[in-house]
Design a protein around this ligand. Sequence first.
Ligand SMILES: Cc1ncc(COP(=O)(O)O)c(C=O)c1O
Length: 352
Amino acid sequence: MPEVMGDNDMMLDQSLHVQFFESRGYLNTASMGLGPRSAIEAVQTALANWGSGSSDPSDFDVDIERARRAYARIAGADSDSVAIVSQVSVASGFVASSLPDGAIVLCAEEDFASLLFPFLADGRLDVRFVPLAELLDHIDPSVDLVAVSAVQSADGRVIDLSRLAEISTENGTRTYLDVSQAAGWLPIDAHRFDVTAGGAYKWLLSPRGSGFITIGSDADWLKPIYAGWYSGPDPWSSLYGPPLRLAEDARRFDVSPAWFDFVGAARSVELLADIGVEAINEHSVGLANRLRERMGLEPSNSAIVSLDTRRGDALAAAGIKASARAGRVRLSFYVYNTVDDVDRAADALLGE
Ligand SMILES: Cc1ncc(COP(=O)(O)O)c(C=O)c1O
């Protein structure tokens, strides 16, 4: 993997750029990814069919299964361990509700609210916070669940996923991993964690309201509290009345689908899965490290760069879209970005 993307390093296949309408200077995927043309056109067609009365709810099943299978390839999981979800906060609520009274939940104090709040809102739980840098050291047999983001939203720090899985297994601690800022560019091996959850509107380039969870092989402790008709073995046969009928695989945790979102998600996630997470990682981290080098920083393993700078305003003036987070400027690099984006951002930040 090139630590820094050089002028002449191979980029991802340049034909990829025709997949996007306008991505020049867009360094804000950590807030919201850019939808590819294929996804946007498919959603537009689905909306037109809706308006003309020519669509049927069951038409969307095929898109949902395409999205589920493509996500499995991205997450390093079997598709029968993937469920669809709407938001991370919903997934966190479902994990929190599955824990017994008094369960000890260990979290990082810098982590994203949608991961944390559902645990804090459940008065039955004993939620404990430590700095992210100390999280792995605090996992011991008394901890029932560790809940943490694979990549921090505020500054892009990446937790050591292998160590997290190993230490948790050694201590009999369950794991809940938020992959919202990771899935797409970071290899995850989701099967190593009890539950992972991520919204798809950032690095999975999908409409807001689509997302995925994965469950591990020992999932009997998880309560499908959001089960509905779509959680049945055949959703179209579980529309009415008792008894409770649930799919045997992870589809029992499916929430009722946001139809149009998954039309987009199917195309976007397939596009990314076809490129491959390793290639995306090399490209995105290589670009991020080119910026880090220009700013006099050591290389890192993240596609997100967080800078303490007073020149954030210069970025907008140079046509760069970034975001302000935790008093710093956050820039994120993805499949549609180029060395030109990096160099324009660096020139603006350095006043060159
Ligand atoms: C790590 C992380 N988790 C979750 C979210 C979004 O949460 P939700 O899907 O509940 O809106 C974000 C958004 O920035 C995030 O960075």
